[in-house]
Each structure stands twice: as C-alpha cells, then as structure tokens.
Design a protein around this ligand. Sequence first.
Ligand code: AMO
Length: 438
Amino acid sequence: MKKIYFNELENYFDKEIEICGFVENIRNIKWVQFIVLRDSTEKIQVTIEKSEEKNQEMVELVNNLSVESTIKVTGSLKKNENVKLRGMEFIPTKIEITSKSDLELPLNIHDKEAQLLDQRLDYRWLDLRNEYNFNIFKIQSDLVKYMREFLYNNDFTEIHTPKLIGAASESGSEVFEVKYFDRNAYLAQSPQFYKQMAIASGFDRVFEVAPVFRAENSNTNRHTTEFTGFDLEFAYIDSYQDVMDLEEELLTYALKKLNEKHGELAKRLYNKEIVVPKNKFPRIKLKDLYMELEKRYNYKIDESEKNDLTTEAEKLSYKYAMEEFGSEFIFVTDFPKDKRAFYHMRENDIPQGYDLIYRGVEITTGAQREHRYDVLVKQAKEKGLDKDVEFYLEFFKYGCPPHGGFGLGIDRLTMLILGIATIKESMFIFRGPNRLTP
Ligand code: AMO
C-alpha cells in the first residue's frame, strides 16, 4: 500500500481510504471525539460521533489512546466548512493503533521554549516533531540539493574521501585520534588533501558533502566537533578570484531556488527572509576592513589581533557590507601567511585566499592552492609539517594543474539562513565537547 500523504488528501474526497500518522491531539467531548492526526506534510481532523452504535469500539479505543501514538484509520474524507483545520474531516470506520506512545511525554513538543535546549537534545527524536525544528531539515535538504545541482550543472564530479586518515590535514585545528589496530589514525578535519588529489588525478572539478571532525573544545553558538562540510576543488584557475566568483554564483543560485520553494515558510516559522543576492559580493582586504571598522564604528583593537578576524570584527563586517554595498556577504582577503594553511598559494608572500562572511559569521575558507611541488615543500617545512604531510606532497610530483577551492560549513549556513540562535539546533544531531548522545 502506498501511503497517502495528508497534503494530497484533496484528491480523495468521499472515497474509502486508509490514512496513517501521529496522534497530535485528542479532544473528547460529550457527543464527539476529535483526533488531530499529523504526518510529515500536514494535519487532518478525524471525527468520531459517540452516539452511533457502530462507533462504540472506536470510541473505546480513543478513550485509551495516548497522544504521539501512531494509528491507521480507515474511512472517508468529507468537506465540512465548520472544521477550522482545512475545512474537511475524516470520518473513520476503523482505527488501529500501530504504535503506542507512553502517556507521559518527557518533552512539551509543541512549545520548544518550555524546556532547556539540553533537555530537548536528549530527546531529539521528539524535539524534531516540532514543526520549527522539523522544517529546518526539510529546508536544509533542499539547500544542499540546490548546491549540488549547481555543481552537477557545472560539470563537477561528486567524490567520497576517507574519514579515517593517517595524518592531520588542518594543522591549525585540533584533531581526534582514534585507535587503529596497532597504531593511531585520525578523523579527517577536512577532505582537503583528497580533493586536491582528485585534481592531480585529472578530475578537474570535484566536490564532496561529508562529515568533518574538529576536536575543538569550544562551547559557542557556531562550533561543533562534527559538522557537514561542503567542499569543492577545481582546476585551471588563474587566481583565487575565480574561486570567489564560483562560490558567489553557487550561493546565489541556491538561495534563489531556496527562496522560491521555502521563502514563505522561512518567514512564517523563522521570521526570516531568504535574501537572494542581487550583486557580486564585496571583496576587501583584512587590513582595509579593520580601517573601515575603526573609521565607521570606532572599533579599536590591538595591532597584534588584526592578523585575523575577531568574532566582533566578523559581526561588524556584516554591518559594513550592508551599509556600504547592501550585501549580506563579504569576502575578506589578504590574511597574513602565519594565519593560513601551508597549502595556500602565496604571491609576494600574501596567501591567495579568503574567508567568506555571511550575516556576520564565517561560513567559508577558500584559496588558490600551491601546486608547484618545490614551493609547496618549502611552505610545509616552514610550518614544520613536511614529515606529516609527505604523502600529500607526493601528489604534486607528477604533474598537477593550477587549482583552488573552498570548504563551507552546511550547519552554519543553515543556522544563518534561518536566523537560528545556535548550531545545536541547525544540526540534525549535535555533537559537542559534552554531547555524544543520542
Ligand atoms: P576551515 O577550517 O575554515 O577550512 O573550515 C571550513 C568551514 O567549515 C566550517 N567550520 C565549522 N563549522 C562548525 N563547527 C566547527 N568547529 C567548524 N570549523 C569550521 C566553517 C568554515 O568556514 N580545508 C579548508 C577549506 C578549504 O580551503 O577548502 C578548511 O577546512 O563554515
């Protein structure tokens, strides 16, 4: 039997059908019982007249029914303008309980503010029954779908790289060590080395959507120890400007499609507009950004802190980008080399890469990569990494075209698009220093 989804019930008036879903609510009054039944698409009212002799068995069943149980109902759908919910009701001839819920729910799933976030995360499968939480992932699914779609349309190949690896790839961030038979392995902090290997293998344009692990012991609203990375790499570029151009096009495409499909829902549930970028994203050097922030907002920090973006500077860069360019995005370039990975290409000693800030939070790091073996070896040595990354350096020994790419955090992007307060909510299941369950 094919399930009839509640958003297509209009096609089935007055026919005998079977519907199934979660019992969201039960109202048991003198002459009648009402059940609100929910599936992933919609809700429908089931109405049972108590006085009718043939209904007695059902009435008894509903008397003992607990909310959030799942049931299967046979009967027919009738138009009824008096019914507030969609102007229709389902008149059952038979009800069957397919799964019984405990009477006491550990969460109030209809009011997410009624309990602490941690309590909600403990019972994430119930928490996700709340439409606010549920729809985050319906929207995220389409976001990733449109991003993928753009890349497929542009001749990218999706690859799948190992997450158990022999060496740390992002030296700056912490790595999880795991026991691997008689030695140690690491959980991949990025597909960086392998997406570049694909370029050395002649794939030209590759991407991956996969877990990324970071042993960062930080409890902020934007950090997690395992997130979904959206990573790509492509060959025959002239400069990291090409990488920024591609990312800009990709995000504009995805946001446009997302707004068409979910713009209304985003407004209703998250009170957030999905803004489709109209122009190119502004690009500014780190040094110039700090000058602007000081001039405009009197943001003053010690010179020594200006070699990277502070959290506050990220926030203010959003204000600046909006005021000056009407853009929610801003590319920041020209970071000093000690703050960038060894594999970034340098010109006049300046790394040819960028961070992309969206609504005041970093969502991406990208760069042109150093593909010349000798230069790359020198840069790795400089960071004291040459032994650790020996296998990676080999990729560049037998010909590798100029290339670049970026890594974007899907969980952060989702959080920012919908204006969700914390990444703990924009991840299907959050992982943090103190959370390994469910
Ligand atoms: P980076 O380390 O900047 O770059 O990571 C890329 C993007 O991943 C997201 N991100 C995170 N999201 C949640 N929790 C975290 N702890 C976390 N850390 C990072 C951010 C970030 O911008 N190899 C490079 C990418 C490249 O150059 O292609 C890299 O991993 O959105």
